[in-house]
Design a protein around this ligand. Sequence first.
Ligand SMILES: CC(=O)N[C@H]1[C@@H](OP(=O)(O)OP(=O)(O)OC[C@H]2O[C@@H](n3ccc(=O)[nH]c3=O)[C@H](O)[C@@H]2O)O[C@H](CO)[C@@H](O)[C@@H]1O
Ligand SMILES: C=C(OP(=O)(O)O)C(=O)O
Length: 436
Amino acid sequence: MGIFQIEGGHRLSGEIQPQGAKNEALQILCAVLLTDEKVIINNIPAIVDVNKLINLLRNLAVKVENIGKGAYSFQSDNLNLDYLNSEQFKIDGSSLRGSIMIVGPLLARFGKGFIPKPGGDKIGRRRLDTHFEGFIKLGAKFRYNKEERFYGVEAPNGLKGDFMLLEEASVTGTANIVMAAVLAEGTTTIYNAACEPYLQQLCNMLNSMGAKISGVGSNLLTIEGVSSLKGCEHRILPDMVEIGSWIGMAAMTKSEITIKNVRWDMLGIIPTTFRKLGITIERKGDDIFIPAHTKGYEVQNFIDGSIMNISDAPWPGFTPDLLSIILVVATQARGSVLIHQKMFESRLFFVDKLIDMGAKIILCDPHRATVIGHDFQSQLKATTMSSPDIRAGISLLIAALSAEGKSTIHNIEQIDRGYENIEERLKAIGARITRI
Ligand SMILES: CC(=O)N[C@H]1[C@@H](OP(=O)(O)OP(=O)(O)OC[C@H]2O[C@@H](n3ccc(=O)[nH]c3=O)[C@H](O)[C@@H]2O)O[C@H](CO)[C@@H](O)[C@@H]1O
Ligand SMILES: C=C(OP(=O)(O)O)C(=O)O
């Protein structure tokens, strides 16, 4: 397992270009299965989870060509569906969360889709009910092999559009159902659909392939099925979670950083939420400029003077993927804040490591932590730790960069799942970090 050694306490400075969005890339890559024509995708991040999914597509006999930095062409004209019954598929499919989204396209185009229990972050229960209830509504037969934890759906006579009210606005669930419905007969209406920028991008891409989806960006999607889709070219958005990670890193290391070409129009309440911690975020064209917070940053109160509470919610609420970063940044704020992770029950346990480093945090229960900021009156202490998931991993890295002395982070494969070439990009702005 890889290790980062970090010498903290140094200011960073310079420009950062965000990578393409991990969670959008995972959806878009699955959508290439919906047509036998060539699909070109630009701005694909070179991260472990995305590379695993591209490898899975190759094993399915998708023709994959690297045509430039972050640019690939895909053609799914002669797939090897026998791979879905192989031992190799059980290994590939269970190694990341995003693999679940091959099921919808395969079901729509070939009348069957299988998947082993997908992997991804161990951050609490990650049910798949929404996905399969949606497919069943479209007429698929569902089976689950408990011993092998293997899911299957089949619809030899094709899918039929229907109305469905999703039990929860699942991100990958909505993407999966949309990808099945675009080739179903008739009209599908999905209410309580997730509407993250990832999904807006997916729907726009599908429409450019000939799909008929309306309501994009809302929680009510109407999809008129078509008989086939054609090829297209698509560009993945900058990764909003990575952008938030850079904002947090700049504030906590008191660094002046410019984050380039962020697509402000797609960031939702992310900038506002960091501002609630007192962080100055300036808009310069399409860049974000973070000045050096030499005097620290002060948490705002609510209008009635009560303590600030930051929680996650389905889009346009605050993404749960940035809550760990908000939490670590709060440890050096002036003031206190309650962090409420509503969606996942095991995502806050990494605070133990921050407490070891000297942060003042009360873990109230698995979902809530109260952070009493140090206002830089006391630095975090360098330590040795292990990265439990992608976002906790980057949060520990931010803590280590701000702490005096040398820290060691184990299990950095977790960070590599979501952050491209992180140590080289950090070194370029002055961080002292080594991969061992
Ligand atoms: C590959 C990928 O895209 N992963 C993202 C995707 O995971 P994923 O699509 O797996 O997450 P879901 O949206 O299905 O669910 C996330 C969690 O929130 C709960 N939930 C969800 C919706 C809701 O209305 N109420 C509710 O309680 C679910 O039970 C689950 O525990 O979305 C999550 C939520 O933004 C992100 O953390 C993941 O990074
Ligand atoms: C939870 C995440 O990813 P995944 O769903 O792929 O585990 C994440 O990107 O923060």
